[in-house]
Design a protein around this ligand. Sequence first.
Ligand code: NAD
Ligand code: ZN
Length: 259
Amino acid sequence: MQQQIERVALAIALAKRVLVITGAGLSADSGLPTYRGLGGLYNGHTAEGLSIEAALSGPMLQRDPALCWKYLAELGRACLGARANAGHLAIAELQQLKPQCWLLTQNIDGYHRAAGSPPERLIEIHGELAPLFCQSCGAEDAELAEHLERPLPPRCRQCGGILRPPVVLFEEMLPEAAIASLYAELGKGFDLVLSVGTSASFPYIIEPVLRTREGGGLTVEINPGRTDLSDEVDVRLQGRALDVLPELLSHISAQGNCK
Ligand code: NAD
Ligand code: ZN
């Protein structure tokens, strides 16, 4: 593993355009449940006998906002109750060292921003949990924590409409701006892709890895387990993001002159 870490660190130091892709596994080290963990929490089904995908879906938010909000509130409380970890900080540091290092995340917890990743190079493909906005009048509401203490669903102060987070629920479209930004950057190509803590279940997560490999770039996965991408990447760093990322960073910093 040590040799592999040194190999990847050298490749990152030499690379110009780098893409880091992150998933729930990175924030698992902050204590947040992963999607599968979350599914496990409900044993595959909610107390209402629904799949978590049905409970946290766009159609459910319209049909039964209180029910959808029951599970949004669980996510909200988990995210507010934890914080960014050394893995998020190492990625932000890498982006400081490399002005062409982009970050594509599926996480909705906002920890990358909190850790200092530059917003102009951060693509939050599944949106964020805050700030809430009104589905009727569009007014923003920054008080997620306060709303979670009150009866759900949260209501707009201006018009009484139902508030929602700017997150992509199941069966909803991805944010256009995020998709446009991802494909614009993919078009320019990447010299190296690092996939961290994701089961890589979506085509727009797998595609950047496969395209980079086809283009001759180095592909790396950081994950203690196996994923659909494990057999596709050039290097697997089998470990927790919290351990591997800071160690990788210490080697990259030691290379010096890495722009
Ligand atoms: P996933 O739950 O499908 O997969 C998590 C992956 O992380 C697994 O491959 C697992 O082996 C790996 N992992 C577990 N612990 C790890 C660690 N310490 N270090 C590195 N890897 C670790 O997650 P996904 O691929 O991100 O897809 C989940 C979906 O659920 C996404 O749509 C995401 O938006 C949403 N979600 C987000 C959060 C969050 O914002 N933190 C949390 C749960 C789910
Ligand atoms: Zn309103």
